[in-house]
Design a protein around this ligand. Sequence first.
Ligand SMILES: NC(=O)c1ccc[n+]([C@@H]2O[C@H](COP(=O)([O-])OP(=O)(O)OC[C@H]3O[C@@H](n4cnc5c(N)ncnc54)[C@H](OP(=O)(O)O)[C@@H]3O)[C@@H](O)[C@H]2O)c1
Length: 358
Amino acid sequence: MAEMPICRWGIVATGGISEQFVRDLLMSDWPEKKANHIIQAIGSSSLEKCKSFAATCVTPAKPAVQPALYGSYQEVYDDKNVDCVYIGTPHSFHKRNCLDAIEAGKNILCEKPFALNATEAEEVFAAAKEKGVFVMEAFWTRFYPLIKTLQRLLHEERKLGTIYRTFCDFGLDIDISSLPETSRYKDPALGAGSLLDIGIYSITWGLMTLSPETGDNAEQPDVSSTQTVIDGVDVASQVLLHFRSTGRQGICTSTTTFECMHPFARLEGSEGRILVDGSTPSSPRSFTFYPKDGGKEERYEFEKPGKGFWWEADAVAQDLQAGRKQNQTMPWAETLRVLSIMDGVRKRSGTRFPVDAW
Ligand SMILES: NC(=O)c1ccc[n+]([C@@H]2O[C@H](COP(=O)([O-])OP(=O)(O)OC[C@H]3O[C@@H](n4cnc5c(N)ncnc54)[C@H](OP(=O)(O)O)[C@@H]3O)[C@@H](O)[C@H]2O)c1
């Protein structure tokens, strides 16, 4: 058996998601741990900010290795001790950050959405292919044991029989008008809108539960959609996925005007239904199967120490150890499948970002 891999991470940006990611990786143990992680370097727009980030979320964990702290992202890319760069900047910077890291020969785990549109993502993947580095969109939810179990029950054991429909809603109550103009929730140049921020999860739930394949072999559904747009930013997106080969339908919705109800997802099939719960669709904790014949319900609960970011981090470390350039759960073609659905949604309603060529 291969030895447990060690991944030395370079963290780019010190915002909210970077903090959660770093805190999780500095946990000493978790169930079915498959890799060891070192926070090797941290880069920020300012060295002061970087130091304060490290004091808050690295120092209390007392790691054996103290990270190098930098007042730029480039120094992280250039750090010879970094195996993989984690990118936690707002969506609109992902392409630039990825290209710079690739140029320096670094492997990458980049937050969702991987880019603002499919064209940007294709550019990054082409550069990664040429340089021979590993790149993956940090779609952490796909790596949860809950999701793996659910997919096995749906697609291999046919727990629901013939699958008919998936409903998933991700709603947050965000007072966008009170935020500064520079907020990533408000500025279209930063990719603002419910669709790329949280609608991406509802769409992903539709794809994961209705479509057994991922990436290259996966069916591209027909899509119809509508968005409510205020000041050029969508505050509600309704996306319908229709899989022609099976007739399956996904009703995938998101809003920043109202917190979603729970359970947040409902899956229907000829043998019954499954309701999925958790704090948000990004972080599911349990699901329950209700047989159609009124038989006994079956509840599935899943442990989640920390936030649950280490499942995706473990997968990256294993891929790097094996010399793979893509991850099987979140391959490049799957990132493109989701982005092209969201491109279509935005084209239909005219929610254009400055980088869009249309
Ligand atoms: N996986 C998940 O569940 C999840 C959850 C939340 C967010 N995300 C994703 O993570 C990314 C970052 O989200 P976040 O909530 O962490 O954002 P955030 O709290 O606003 O932090 C973003 C960080 O990016 C850097 N940055 C560089 N240029 C910036 C600019 N012009 N405006 C704002 N920040 C800039 C800043 O760090 P420095 O000053 O240190 O450089 C900032 O702290 C987004 O793409 C989001 O979709 C994922």
